[in-house]
Design a protein around this ligand. Structure first.
Ligand SMILES: C[S@@+](CC[C@H](N)C(=O)[O-])C[C@H]1O[C@@H](n2cnc3c(N)ncnc32)[C@H](O)[C@@H]1O
Length: 433
């Protein structure tokens, strides 16, 4: 099996898009949390560490012409694919660097307003994590935002022995990582049939689910010898040492604590003595499997007036495929949640007529001027991929049509929402995510 620093490199990681990495998403959440964030109405810089095939960056660069985007990855196959796409589309505001994090930390001279990393941190050695911290320490601007996705306890804990068996077994096999993954899953399936997992609730179902998934994806997901679910409190401590403060989750559902944490646990958690401890307790309460954390360097509060003004200005629109009226039942990690028609329908009906600002939506009778309830409804619909704020700059986006064609040619089920600087996954792709 071909590996660099223990990480799979012989098979390419499949193309993925994550809306939470995009600049406007991150700025919107920082504003909701009352923090001053980088302006998207003037040139800004953005870096993705471990960018894979670069899909997030292709979308970001085509839809956000004021941003200068940089993708870093040590896998030559990934970078060759991403560069070819970027050159073909003529994206002058996107650059890919083939380097490991150590080399990039040592050579990068740019300062970034945004750094993001998805699907990397809990798969790499501690030394590589330190290199990411070094990039943040030296190259993230004050008030710059950092997005970090990682597997965490306790939701991912049960997979640790299974992952260990898969990655150790692969060391004894000589086929490609994807084939080794298939061999490992066959072994696990036979162990399951032999009754090995009878006292591990849910494991048989989880293994059956893995059997149906793309083996190249699973090789990246489960064959790294460094795969290690994290305790969020440890990650937050490491980030604090690099000078970054935790803002909140970048997952809009997790931001909505009144929905995502069982009601009886909310007061107990709220009384814990530190924010990091509260996050750790929320991980327990939600049996959290992965986290999407938003951090900021040297955060500055907007102040209530400026925050209200920034929120009021945001203009919202429906995304492709969104319902145009009615209540919604949301499939969430803690089971189905009812989004009542009396709250959501007026919002959807209004946006079905065209974009509207937060201030305009606040005047709908359903909200009676209650900004908190309106923002909660918007966050829920944002999380579900139904609504999104619009870009506030009026720069032309000359590469959107070419990227739309390119996505179609590559059969990627991603639809651009260029007015919002982002994209949406179609329902089938969403279900797999
Ligand atoms: C699971 S993929 C995630 C790709 C992309 N961020 C996404 O979410 O679709 C992780 C990526 O990190 C890259 N990577 C892992 N360790 C690295 C290192 N030390 N230096 C640079 N890239 C690394 C891998 O090559 C791979 O492309």
């Amino acid at each position: 099996m071909a590996k660099a620093s223990g990480y799979v490199t012989d098979v390419a990681y499949p193309a993925h898009f994550h809306k939470e990495l995009l600049p406007l998403w991150l700025v919107t959440l920082a504003t909701v949390k009352g923090l001053r964030s980088p302006s998207l109405n003037q040139p800004y810089s953005y870096c993705e560490l471990g960018c894979g095939l670069g899909i997030n960056l292709l979308v970001a660069a085509a839809c956000n012409p004021l941003g200068e985007f940089v993708g870093v990855d040590f896998n030559p196959q990934h970078i060759a694919f991403a560069r070819q796409a970027s050159e073909r589309l003529g994206l002058a505001n996107l650059r890919f660097v083939q380097a490991d994090f150590a080399e990039f930390a040592a050579t990068n001279a740019l300062q970034f307003d945004f750094v993001v990393s998805h699907g990397v941190w809990s798969w790499i050695a501690q030394a590589a994590q330190q290199q990411i911290l070094s990039v943040l320490k030296h190259s993230l601007k004050p008030q710059g935002l950092f997005y970090l996705h990682y597997m965490c306890h306790p939701g991912a804990s049960a997979m640790q022995p299974v992952q260990k068996l898969l990655s150790e077994l692969a060391e004894h096999l000589s086929a490609s990582s994807a084939q080794n993954m298939g061999a490992g899953l066959d072994l696990l399936s036979r162990l399951d049939q032999a009754g090995v997992f009878h006292d591990q609730p849910g494991m048989s179902e989880r293994l059956a689910q893995l059997q149906s998934m793309d083996k190249a994806y699973l090789a990246h997901d489960l064959l790294s010898p460094y795969w290690q679910p994290q305790h969020s409190i440890d990650v937050h401590r490491q980030l604090a040492q690099a000078g970054l403060s935790y803002v909140d989750s970048a997952n809009a559902f997790d931001v909505l604590e009144t929905l995502s944490v069982p009601q009886a646990a909310q007061a107990l958690i709220a009384n814990l003595p530190s924010p990091a401890l509260r996050e750790l307790a929320k991980d327990l309460a939600r049996n959290q499997r992965q986290r999407q954390d938003l951090f900021q360097k040297c955060p500055q509060a907007l102040g209530p007036q400026a925050q209200l003004a920034s929120l009021a200005q945001l203009r919202w629109q429906l995304l492709p495929g969104a319902p145009r009226s009615g209540g919604q039942v949301f499939a969430t990690p803690i089971g189905p949640i009812d989004g009542p028609a009396q709250l959501l329908s007026p919002l959807l009906e209004r946006l079905a007529q065209g974009p509207a600002s937060t201030a305009e939506l606040g005047q709908l009778a359903a909200y009676g001027g209650n900004l908190t309830v309106l923002l909660q409804s918007l966050l829920l619909l944002m999380w579900r991929g139904h609504v999104h704020p619009q870009r506030m700059d009026a720069e032309p986006q000359p590469h959107v049509a070419a990227l739309t064609d390119w996505l179609g040619q590559h059969e990627l089920k991603i639809q651009l929402a260029a007015e919002c600087g982002t994209a949406v996954l179609d329902e089938a792709a969403l279900a797999k995510h």
